[in-house]
Design a protein around this ligand. Structure first.
Ligand code: HEC
Ligand code: HEC
Length: 395
């Protein structure tokens, strides 16, 4: 009696093990297959279908295969949408990848996104841009002194170079009607996508441009000249390959991404900062004990002037020069500097680079920069902490 039951159990176990292996193998095969780049660069429009896009990893660095037009376009697509199978969801949103472009720009019909220029037909437009009188004005304006934020002088001579320039120097040409308020369309509000939190490297910039060049002609890669454009523009050889910087934002799930429209309190809740930090004026953040209290108005400046921080700068680990940069760095690159007294162990999570939009991050950092030991204590002055400046990058 006992024996046969044991036998039954063993058989059951055996079968479960076999089934499990089959499942694992099937999953592995499926994953491998989904790595093959989709030949249709343009996002398919499927209105009602709310299927979760597959997360596809960028191809592994293998120089030769990474710079074919097809590979660049597929990599660019992945940087923009976080998937090679982007689908509009029922709410009219496209998935958003590490580049965050689809938060702002319109890429396909039916997409809800109005804040920034429509990028449909951008390949054709890129050639027209460099002929415009406005483009020539910008070149003249920065002919002697380069554009201050990028240190570049507008000089694009081909459509592809124009696209490269748009990414490395947004203010080298500002699309009419989309400039910073009060700047008469002289200053761009597009963030530097090579900086935090997107941190695209040169190869990724080229991939994104390749995607823009192929986007309007699915399956036809004849207009993809991004690598040549880049090398001509910078007069350098492109370093090929992606690196270890932030992975894709999984924006099918916006409830887990800190957005510009979120209040600081909502972001602190979504991101779980309150679990470890006390944050003045934020009711849910009154218990966290495993990190410092975030009174960054006074703390940040102390930190960057501390001998420990200066040592981290010498070691090329830390690089903040202003208090605000220190707060940004603490959130996006916590290993750059660990506050003395806190071990490297259960410290700041390291994945926040993929969890914030540019606007959201900027808003939260600005908010933290208003807080000191007295914030929220004196009720008559608590309105101080509510002063949150807007989310534009340059301020
Ligand atoms: C936070 C919003 C935002 C994000 C994110 C963003 N852009 Fe932009 N972009 C803008 C705005 C605003 C402009 C118009 C101002 C200007 O010309 O710089 C613009 C302009 C452009 C232009 C010039 C368009 C034209 O008609 O000449 C290109 C190309 C472009 N963006 C590509 C990208 C790509 C690719 C990404 C992602 C890697 C990206 N942008 C991310 C806001 C954004
Ligand atoms: C799992 C716990 C944990 C979470 C969650 C967490 N932090 Fe931290 N944080 C720490 C610890 C521990 C430190 C101190 C060690 C260090 O410097 O990395 C720290 C340091 C900081 C600092 C530097 C503080 C100083 O005194 O110089 C800032 C700013 C900061 N965190 C902001 C945030 C924000 C904003 C969030 C949410 C987006 C967050 N943290 C989420 C644990 C956490």
């Amino acid at each position: 009696m006992m024996k046969s039951r044991t036998e039954k159990l063993t058989t059951l176990w055996k079968w479960s093990a076999i089934l499990l292996s089959i499942l694992v193998v099937a999953m592995l095969l499926f994953k491998k297959e989904s790595k093959i780049p989709d030949k249709k660069p343009s996002p398919a429009i499927i209105q009602e279908k709310q299927e979760k896009p597959k997360q596809v990893e960028a191809p592994k660095p293998d120089p030769e295969t990474l710079v074919t037009a097809e590979a660049l376009v597929a990599a660019g697509e992945n940087i923009i949408y976080g998937t090679n199978d982007p689908q509009l969801n029922a709410g009219g949103r496209l998935p958003v990848g590490k580049g965050q472009c689809a938060f702002c720009h319109l890429f396909t019909e039916g997409q809800i996104s109005t804040r920034c220029p429509d990028l449909r037909n951008i390949e054709t437009r890129s050639h027209q841009r460099i002929q415009e009188a406005r483009f020539i004005q910008f070149s003249k304006k920065y002919a002697d002194k380069p554009e201050p934020d990028s240190q570049l002088k507008p000089k694009a001579s081909t459509g592809g170079e124009y696209l490269i320039e748009s990414l490395y120097c947004p203010s080298c040409y500002v699309v009419e009607g989309f400039g910073k308020e009060g700047s008469h369309d002289e200053i761009s509000t597009m963030p530097f996508v090579s900086e935090m939190p997107m941190m695209l490297n040169d190869y990724e910039m080229v991939a994104v441009v390749a995607y823009l060049q192929a986007m309007d002609t699915p399956g036809d890669y004849s207009k993809v000249t991004a690598r040549d454009d880049w090398e001509r523009y910078f007069n350098q050889t492109l370093q090929i390959g992606t690196d270890k910087r932030p992975k894709f934002v999984r924006n099918e799930d916006l409830t887990k991404t800190a957005l510009l429209e979120d209040s600081p309190e909502v972001m602190i809740e979504k991101m779980g900062c309150f679990i470890c930090h006390k944050i003045p004026t934020i009711p849910i953040a009154s218990i966290g004990l495993s990190g410092p209290e975030l009174t960054m108005k006074t703390l940040a400046i102390k930190r960057i002037n501390s001998p420990e921080y200066l040592k981290a700068v010498d070691l090329n680990r830390a690089r903040a020069e202003t208090p605000k940069e220190y707060v940004l760095e603490s959130i996006l690159d916590p290993a750059a500097f660990v506050v003395p007294g806190y071990g490297d162990g259960d410290g700041m999570p390291t994945h926040y680079g993929t969890k914030f939009t540019v606007g959201g991050l900027n808003k939260l950092v600005n908010f933290l920069m208003t807080l000191d030991e007295n914030s929220g204590k004196d009720t008559s002055e608590s309105s101080d902490s509510k002063k949150v400046s807007s989310g534009s990058k340059r301020d």
